[in-house]
Design a protein around this ligand. Structure first.
Ligand code: GDP
Length: 394
């Protein structure tokens, strides 16, 4: 793994075709956290503030430290595919329990979702709910079937039966796309093994593959089976076919870059006039338009105060900018513009459309609000809150 520093990352994101904004969604216990942690461990980005320490540590120790890190509101990963580097923002989409606006709000910041499904349990109620919500926001879902080890160790399925079993899950998933996707995306967004929009793996054991990995590395279901049989070596499998390669490869190939996605997502998620200057800037993810950002997450840094994290849909934001918080009709001044390097925040001074800035200094910012350099702009609210039924306790 090559590590990159801030300037190199900023250079890559100067080209929007190399940015992806995605989230992981899943039914409870299907492995979202384990998978996300595994991606973070492969991040390839190291912030200057840890770079010094990193040099002092040997790589094993660094690896261990990273694996213990809990995935935060946003994590930025670096991934190289076909000799091109991509900067991938993984934005936390609260999955289970919290079925209120929080899910939909974070879906607004992403253009693609990796749906994690336990291979034994298959498509469950929450898989259906979150996939439906993603489709309603025109977020493209791809499928990662996790816990393949259980098919071998618990269900004792031989390779051919394993494939039949998995095809059934894929069929059930595509049924959701058939039911919930808008007509123009029903066929386009169906997933398939052949085009690599479905991956399989074990997040616990850190291996994963899809059709592209199979072709490139000559891996088959038989290899997986053998790795879990007597004399097999699961660690070796994880070295040959690391999970991050399958998942991030799928993200880069099947999720759109922000400028591509905004052309069809803005008409769905923003209710203003698309022919206005702001409308056009949003549709085109235009760096030179007015700054318009939706805050999807607020965290508090004990030293730096509130941190507003969200998706910048148009324009640029830089240190010292005065902005309007549209929903609450307040104003504020950005103390500093930060970008995530792995899971560390770094001051970068300025960021452009399509990115996920973390802004310091905005006391009055709240999650769900729209922030802009201009005072008159339609907000990104109007989110359909999917409320849980109120359970009456007699
Ligand atoms: P989340 O609720 O979706 O975030 O799920 P977690 O990542 O917390 O995982 C739930 C449980 O499944 C934990 O006990 C994990 O250790 C376990 N788990 C995760 N991935 C795998 C896997 O690939 N195989 C098996 N057998 N267990 C796994």
């Amino acid at each position: 793994m090559k590590y990159k520093a801030t300037e190199q990352i900023l250079k890559i994101i100067g080209d929007k075709s190399r940015i992806r904004n995605f989230g992981v969604i899943a039914h409870v216990d299907h492995g979202k956290t384990t998978m996300s942690d595994s991606l973070l461990a492969s991040s390839g980005i190291i912030s200057p503030s840890v770079a010094g320490q990193a040099l002092a540590l040997d790589s094993m120790k660094l690896e261990q430290d990273r694996q213990m890190t809990i995935v935060q509101a946003n994590v930025t990963l670096l991934y190289e595919k076909d000799d091109k580097e991509y900067v991938i923002n993984m934005i936390d989409t609260p999955g289970h329990i919290d079925f209120t606006g929080r899910v939909t709000r974070s879906l607004r910041a992403i253009d693609g979702a990796v749906v994690v499904s336990d291979s034994v349990e298959g498509i469950m109620t929450q898989t259906e709910t979150v996939t439906r919500q993603a489709l309603e926001e025109r977020v493209r879902p791809v499928l990662y079937i996790n816990k393949i080890d259980r098919l071998i160790k618990e269900l004792r399925l031989p390779p051919d039966k394993m494939q039949e079993w998995l095809l059934e899950i894929i069929t059930n998933f595509n049924r959701l796309i058939d039911i919930y996707a808008e007509p123009e995306y029903k066929e386009k967004w169906k997933v398939s093994i052949q085009d690599g929009s479905v991956s399989f793996g074990s997040a616990k054991d850190k291996w994963g593959f899809n059709a592209d990995v199979m072709k490139k590395k000559g891996i088959s279901f038989k290899d997986i089976y053998e790795a879990y049989s007597e004399g097999g070596d699961v660690k070796k499998l994880a070295e040959r076919a690391p999970l991050y390669d399958a998942v991030l490869g799928m993200v880069v190939k099947h999720h759109p870059a922000p400028d591509v996605a905004q052309k069809y997502r803005i008409p769905k998620i923003w209710k203003g006039d698309l022919d206005s200057d702001i409308g056009k800037a949003l549709l085109n993810c235009d760096d030179n338009g007015p700054a318009v950002m939706m805050i999807v997450n607020m965290t508090v840094d004990p030293a730096a105060g509130p941190v507003a994290i969200g998706r910048l849909f148009s324009g640029r934001l830089k240190d010292g900018d005065r902005i309007h918080l549209i929903d609450s009709k307040r104003e504020g001044r950005i103390q500093s513009v930060n970008f995530f390097m792995g899971n560390q925040r770094e001051m970068v001074g300025e960021l452009a459309a399509g990115n996920i800035p973390a802004l310091l200094g905005l006391e009055h910012a709240r999650a769900g609000q729209t922030l802009s350099s201009v005072s008159t702009v339609n907000t990104f609210e109007g989110i359909q809150y999917v409320s849980e039924p109120v359970v009456q306790i007699a």
